[in-house]
Design a protein around this ligand. Structure first.
Ligand code: PXL
Length: 281
């Protein structure tokens, strides 16, 4: 018999060019056999990292009417995956979305707002505290080290890190959000990079690491988050899902032509057959 197909809702912007957010989440989640419904938060001509002069259309005013229509139709989601939100107001709207549609769904919040110690362009200093409030509604939170420092109001420190420092961050995030934590951008020496996972009930914690490929590649957080969610919805444990997500992310970087400008993203398309195989689809 054919089993029931799971449905995830991806709540991100559409950056028309630059391979991040919905142009990454849709293909990865679909390739993993999951229906990917979308709630676009904004439309930009490109993403905001290393591009200037981009257009930005905030779709906040469409969100509540969309939710009302879905409610009339009785739509249900197995997962809600939120990423880049275009404005502070959208945090409040996404909280309403989770209240209305999140009860039986796996809620994963990637508090997309910065990298390399800095907030992305367009966000003000109050944004991280709003994101931290949203994270309290999540079952699983997937920040990088910059977003972690911003939400914990701690200084950002460059790697490599000690396991004690990383475990301390995970513990504080878990205490604040009461959620599973998967912390990205973790390195313990100059040759490796990966993620720390820290289960809410502390039964599952550890690291998923790979050899480091030098350079800062755009959109890898969304490649990671989308594959993490895909693996979880395919029944993987937190540990195995974190490992699969690190592997897809590193493979996507490996498949990217060496001379390509990093702001145009990574070649995750070439890594999808590997993900499909790993998920056993
Ligand atoms: O990949 C994260 C992301 C998503 N959406 C937009 C961005 C960024 C990162 O810069 O600018 C619009």
């Amino acid at each position: 018999m054919v089993d029931r197909q799971k449905r995830a809702l991806a709540v991100h912007d559409i950056s028309c060019v630059g391979k991040c957010s919905l142009t990454v989440a849709l293909p990865i989640i679909s390739a993993a056999g999951i229906e990917c419904s979308v709630l676009p938060t904004a439309v930009l001509s490109t993403h905001t990292g290393e591009f200037t002069g981009y257009t930005f259309r905030d779709l906040a005013s469409d969100i509540l009417p969309i939710l009302d229509h879905w409610e009339q139709l009785g739509i249900k989601f197995d997962a809600i995956y939120t990423g880049y939100l275009g404005s502070f107001d959208q945090i409040e709207l996404v909280k309403k979305l989770i209240e209305r549609f999140g009860k039986d769904a796996l809620v994963m919040v990637d508090p997309v707002m910065g990298d390399n110690g800095k907030l992305y362009s367009g966000f003000d200093a109050a944004f991280p505290s709003g994101m931290a409030e949203l994270c309290k509604m999540a079952d699983i939170v997937v920040p990088n080290l910059t977003e972690t420092a911003l939400m914990l109001s701690e200084p950002y420190i460059e790697g490599p890190y000690t396991p004690e420092y990383i475990n301390g961050l995970c513990r504080r995030l878990k205490a604040d959000f009461n959620a599973d934590i998967v912390l990205t951008g973790v390195s313990f020496n100059k040759d490796n990079l990966g993620a720390a996972y820290y289960g809410k009930d502390a039964s599952e914690s550890g690291y998923a690491m790979q050899m480091l490929i030098p350079g800062s590649f755009h959109g890898t957080g969304d490649v990671f988050g989308s594959s993490l969610l895909s693996a979880l919805l395919n029944g993987f444990s937190l540990k195995d899902a974190a490992q699969a997500a690190v592997e897809l992310t590193v493979d996507s970087i490996r498949q990217t032509e060496p001379g390509r400008e990093k702001r145009y993203g990574v070649r995750f398309e070439a890594a999808l057959p590997g993900l499909i195989k790993k998920l056993g689809i």
